[in-house]
Design a protein. Structure first.
Length: 81
């Protein structure tokens, strides 16, 4: 599993709706990848802070820009051919 695969499973991971086999892969990736560990920690803290507050809906264009920026940060800087 790479960071992109991990991030695509993040919502299901937090919702507890992830297949057991995939959960093993996700946990293994978290043990090996500091960047994704930080994402999970930050997301957990954010959920905790906003748990009792009203959810804020982003405009679709802003949501897409944010998603693209996050995904760009997860790509390797020097991809192998």
């Amino acid at each position: 599993m790479n960071c992109t695969d991990f991030l695509s499973q993040l919502t299901d991971y937090f919702d507890g709706k992830i297949d057991q086999e995939l959960l093993v892969e996700v946990k293994q990736h978290l043990c090996e990848c500091h960047h994704c560990e930080v994402v999970v920690d930050t997301t957990r803290k954010t959920i905790s802070i906003y748990r009792n507050h009203e959810a804020y809906q982003l405009e679709p264009t802003l949501q897409e820009r944010l998603h693209q920026a996050i995904m760009a940060k997860c790509r390797p800087t020097n991809p192998k051919p």
